[in-house]
Design a protein around this ligand. Sequence first.
Ligand SMILES: N=CN[C@@H](CCC(=O)O)C(=O)O
Ligand SMILES: [Zn+2]
Length: 402
Amino acid sequence: MSILLTGISELTTNDPERTETSGADPGDSLLGIVRDAALVVSGAGPDAVVEWVGLEADAPAADERRDLGGRAVIPGFVDSHTHLVFAGDRSAEFAARMTGTPYDGGGIAVSVAATRAASDDELRALVAARVAEMRAQGTTTVEIKSGYGLTVDDELRSLRIAREFTSHTTFLGAHVVPREHAADRTAYLELVIGPMLDAVVAAGGAALAESIDVFCEPHSAHAFDGDEARAVLEAGRAAGLALRVHGNQLGHGPGVQLACELGARSVDHCTYLSDADVDALVAARGTTVATLLPGVEFSTRSPYPDARHLIDAGVDVALASDCNPGTCYSSSMPFAIALAVREMGMTPAEALHAATAVSARSLGLDRRLAPGQPAELAVIDGPSHLHLAYRAGVPIVRALDL
Ligand SMILES: N=CN[C@@H](CCC(=O)O)C(=O)O
Ligand SMILES: [Zn+2]
């Protein structure tokens, strides 16, 4: 069964080979834009595959034809940094921040208590609702971290539930030191890199996590310093997991350079960067992506990272939502794109590329729309990708059901 999608005013392929109708906009070549395009897909649901891409005038026949009425089509967003497995409510903490209380990671304990107290079915329903909310806003691929369990059983449970929704799961036992271990953080670290990690990679004969992550933040008493983060990452790497790092969120620190040194797939936040951090990211180009999470700066009233400087220096920059109950309870990639354009100096094309092609790369994925690739598509109620930031806050983009 094949479907011919027509009436596409602008198709973003993320394929630099696609230059059929590229015009004066420098974003055209970055995004591999084809105007007046068509697409043939075969299969259905998550198994749908792109068969053909090109100008509508050249389109082959297919079993079915669907006219998109002059809308723009983009690759589905890849949200490469989320914490969707949590229960409880921290809206009061957000309200306090809006009147000046700084974020320090202490509120994570509130989510840990609520998550531990929730049943499997409650957690599953919460994650399902959040994933559906994302899909309704154009996200077709999501990474999900654990990190609100912080016992062997609770971390395994979070990862098992996350695995029901995505293969891109990340073990974040090293999110913070839980309250019951506050007097002996070394014992907790040993638990994370010993029995907890062993259980994650051995569970059911197949690892429950694709990656390991650590909140490396010397400015938070709850998170981990550079030596502790190195121990977590080296243990994860030895266990066969890819590496991800929460780094340089609350102040300058060792996270970014550590991630680059160890070949992490991504270092996320990157809010406070020294020249040496930027140099390390430039040198790590092609291996380590800097994932910016502007919803966090919005929701914590913090300064935004300088994306313009990073891109001009040659750093691979991705965008993600960081949907979590503390620093950003927004699941919206269009919101992240609008903030990136308005507040961080990214062009609309750079922001879309960062939210699809580059975030995909940080998960080891290729998010080009080309023959043989998964047909993970989103459609915009507007003629071009410019509308994503131009119409900020308006629900104009959604995943395309095939
Ligand atoms: N900074 C660490 N972890 C999350 C926040 C978690 C929370 O506050 O619940 C983040 O990515 O910002
Ligand atoms: Zn995070």
